[in-house]
Design a protein around this ligand. Structure first.
Ligand code: BTN
Length: 238
């Protein structure tokens, strides 16, 4: 598709019409791109914006794991093609150093999950609002050249297919292990804003449901299922 409101909304509409698992909606830009927690996802031309319909028939508690393997598919693809040091930040960010390169928005309804992936591929950073410019990056900005969007898309879908099979085959430990190795949040002192207040401590590991396990100052582990990591210092800085 060309320009669209939100590829997630379109995928959800198609799922309601009976389109099945594996249906992919790809947009060249989005007018109403959606981010996590009701935020806007700025989606100028040059980016990769796609949504995939899944029917995993697993419990809603596995939703964070779908985000995790989807992120992993994107990171494997981008690292392989560009050799850039692409990583992840819990819960759903694709990053280079501290800058956001992309994100995943999973939305579930009944037995359908729509996985939305946005990557700043061949995007000019100048197109972002001033307040965001310092926090975001793109592959074009990092490499100084454009990459072939169709190639990125093809390899991403191959990786996604492999990892979805691993997810269905319950290879969750393998997925979490690889993801953890790419995660810049782990091993850092964090402050996380959740709907139930702030959590402070050291981000220690990712649990079996995709939750962040934070070691608090009383020595106890707190499990965080959703929230924003608003402050991260590496251990060396403490
Ligand atoms: C986030 O980091 O907050 C998640 C961003 C997800 C953006 C993608 S772009 C394709 C799909 N369609 C949307 O409206 N959102 C997701």
């Amino acid at each position: 598709m060309g320009e669209i409101g939100s590829s997630n909304d379109e995928a959800r509409r198609l799922a309601q019409l009976g389109y099945g698992e594996g249906t992919v909606v790809i947009a060249s830009s989005q007018l109403k791109g959606k981010g996590r927690l009701g935020r806007r996802w700025i989606s100028p031309p040059g980016g990769l914006y796609l949504s995939i319909i899944l029917k995993p028939y697993s419990s809603p508690s596995k939703l964070p794991l779908i985000t995790i393997f989807s992120l992993l598919s994107a990171v494997r693809t981008l690292r392989g093609l560009t050799k850039l040091d692409v990583g992840v930040k819990w819960p759903n960010d694709i990053v280079i150093a501290d800058k956001k390169l992309g994100g995943i928005l999973c939305e579930a309804a009944k037995n359908t999950v729509v996985v939305g992936i946005g990557i700043n591929l061949n995007v000019n950073i100048s197109l972002f609002p001033k307040a965001l410019k310092k926090q975001v990056t793109s592959i074009k900005f990092e490499l100084g050249l454009n990459v072939n969007r169709d190639k990125v898309l093809r390899i991403f879908l191959e990786e996604f297919d492999k990892l979805y099979r691993d997810f269905l085959g319950k290879k969750h430990d393998d997925i979490i292990k690889e993801w953890s190795g790419l995660c810049q949040t782990l091993g850092s002192r964090v402050k996380i804003e959740t709907t139930r207040g702030e959590v402070h401590g050291i981000a220690e590991s990712i649990g079996e449901k995709g939750e962040l396990r934070v070691r608090c100052s009383d020595g106890k582990i707190k499990k965080v299922f959703s929230g924003d990591v608003v402050k991260v210092n590496t251990m060396e800085n403490i």
